[in-house]
Design a protein around this ligand. Structure first.
Ligand SMILES: CC(C)(COP(=O)(O)OP(=O)(O)OC[C@H]1O[C@@H](n2cnc3c(N)ncnc32)[C@H](O)[C@@H]1OP(=O)(O)O)[C@@H](O)C(=O)NCCC(=O)NCCS
Length: 443
């Protein structure tokens, strides 16, 4: 069944479940919010219900209930590759169902048909100074594509039945995601390959076309792209980019406006920029020793770094409390395709030594590697050495999740988001009132 019909078949059940929760349990208290949480980035406060993915602290991400190993095993693969078709992953995210080979390939075909970029997008990119950060170009290009929004046009001319909005959002989502590999490859070529233009090829899938357009023809790299784009597609609904795009979309801003906003969040060094820091740090260690250090040498180096309270990039996580399964999946890929790579060996040596040192130090809540501890290592091996571009790779993948969240928000008719902000004085008065009440009660 095609993606639109599959969503349509599931829509009554999901709408009914949500409406029942609000109707029957509207006053059920999910959480209390503390002053520390308000000043601490709303950390851990549930603000969203989204069924696209969920990060379990002890297990890592599950897409529509499936763990990373399950997703890699169950999703259909291309004839020429060993990792899943990204089209199949998009079908899973959008519908909640593991697609058949045909359903996964259908999405790939949809993407090919819709992949054309209007000329003005190239003009926007070319008009920017050469030193513009690729994430700025990426977000600008998505915004420039907003001229093509089907939802914006239909809304202007008057679709006023809220229950129908999602269809236009789905069309916009398929159109935007179809164009992303061409868009990202063009930014890469504009910045690092003298602006050459490479056409996508009709016989390639979404991920391998991207590899082809940036000039990486090794079949293994196409597989790495498939793996990378699957792994980074979503990380539940409340991280900075997912929340930013959801918030913007809740004002009925279309998919392009919402995803551009999400990408602006992803461009921040505390969110999507971390992966390049880890690779830089590994390269610095190799440079320091002039080679991959021996285990005992690295142990001393790491102890000294922790002794100086340095933050080790790629380790720790705000939610996870185990090794990130996305790290494990990429480490397995590297073990299979590039076991002798020096930086990979170094990354694994760090993995062998660092967690127990972090545990001994006793500060960090999660001493294990997150996905950034290995991302850059694999890209570097295949010659994608332009660190600034790594966040675009991340964004290209993450928009698969963002567009799914936004489309489902319209399916479920979620309202405009409007939490409340307080003043310091109001907060102090609330605390004082509580103290007086407690004193009166003699507590
Ligand atoms: C991911 C990260 C931002 C999570 O932050 P967090 O939830 O505040 O982390 P924690 O609650 O575990 O931090 C507790 C303490 O451990 C320290 N810590 C956290 N991660 C550390 C790391 N990788 N190396 C050394 N110390 C670390 C913190 O600085 C903090 O120290 P403090 O009490 O002296 O201030 C943090 O672990 C980090 O900066 N990691 C490195 C960067 C990185 O990999 N980012 C990508 C994330 S996907």
């Amino acid at each position: 069944m095609n993606v639109k019909d599959r969503i349509r078949s599931k829509l009554p059940e999901w709408r009914e479940r949500t409406a029942r929760l609000v109707h029957d349990h509207g006053s059920f208290k999910v959480a209390d919010v503390t002053v520390e949480q308000i000043f601490g980035g709303i950390r851990g406060v549930p603000i969203q219900v989204s069924d696209i993915s969920y990060v379990d602290p002890m297990e890592g991400i599950r897409f529509r209930g499936y763990s990373i190993p399950e997703v890699l095993k169950l999703l259909p693969r291309p004839e020429t590759g060993q990792y899943p078709l990204v089209g199949g992953l998009y079908y899973l995210l959008m519908t909640g169902e593991v697609p058949t080979q045909e359903e996964a390939e259908d999405i790939e075909v949809e993407w090919k048909v819709r992949s054309n970029l209007p000329d003005h997008v190239f003009q926007v990119l070319k008009a920017m100074p050469r030193y513009t950060h690729p994430m700025t170009l990426f977000s600008q290009a998505i915004l420039a594509l907003q001229t093509e929004s089907i939802f914006a046009r239909r809304y202007y001319y008057g679709i006023h039945n809220k229950a129908d909005y999602w269809e236009a959002f789905l069309q916009d989502s398929l159109n935007l995601t179809a164009k992303l590999p061409v868009l990202a490859a063009n930014i890469y070529n504009l910045k690092y390959r003298d602006g050459i233009y490479v056409n996508p090829e009709p016989n390639r899938d979404w991920a391998s076309n991207f590899a082809h357009m940036i000039g990486k023809e090794e079949p293994d790299y196409a597989d790495l792209c498939r793996l990378f784009f699957v792994l980074h597609s979503d990380h539940e609904g409340a991280n900075v980019s997912a929340h930013a795009s959801h918030l913007v979309g809740s004002a009925l801003a279309d998919v392009y406006l919402s995803c551009s906003a999400g990408m602006n969040g992803l461009a921040g060094p505390l969110h999507g920029l971390a992966n390049q820091e880890c690779l830089r740090w590994l390269l610095k260690i190799r440079e320091h020793f002039g080679r991959v250090p021996r285990r005992d040498e690295l142990q001393v180096y790491l102890e000294s770094a922790l002794g100086k309270n340095e933050i080790i990039p790629g380790y720790g996580h705000a939610v996870l409390r185990v090794t990130d399964p996305r790290f494990t999946a990429q480490a397995e890929f590297a073990q299979r395709f590039m076991p002798e790579d020096e930086i990979f060996r170094l990354a694994m040596l760090v993995f062998d030594i660092l967690p127990s040192l972090l545990i001994q130090q006793g500060k960090v809540k999660n001493p294990y590697p997150n996905v950034d501890a290995i991302n850059g290592t694999l890209q570097y091996h295949y010659g994608v050495k332009e660190f600034d571009f790594y966040t675009v790779l991340f964004g290209l993948s993450r928009i698969l999740g963002l567009t799914t969240h936004i489309t489902w928000s319209r399916i479920l008719g979620k309202p405009i988001e409007r939490p409340k902000s307080l003043t310091t004085k109001i907060l102090e008065e609330m605390i004082d009132r509580e103290a007086v009440n407690l004193a009166k009660e003699g507590k």
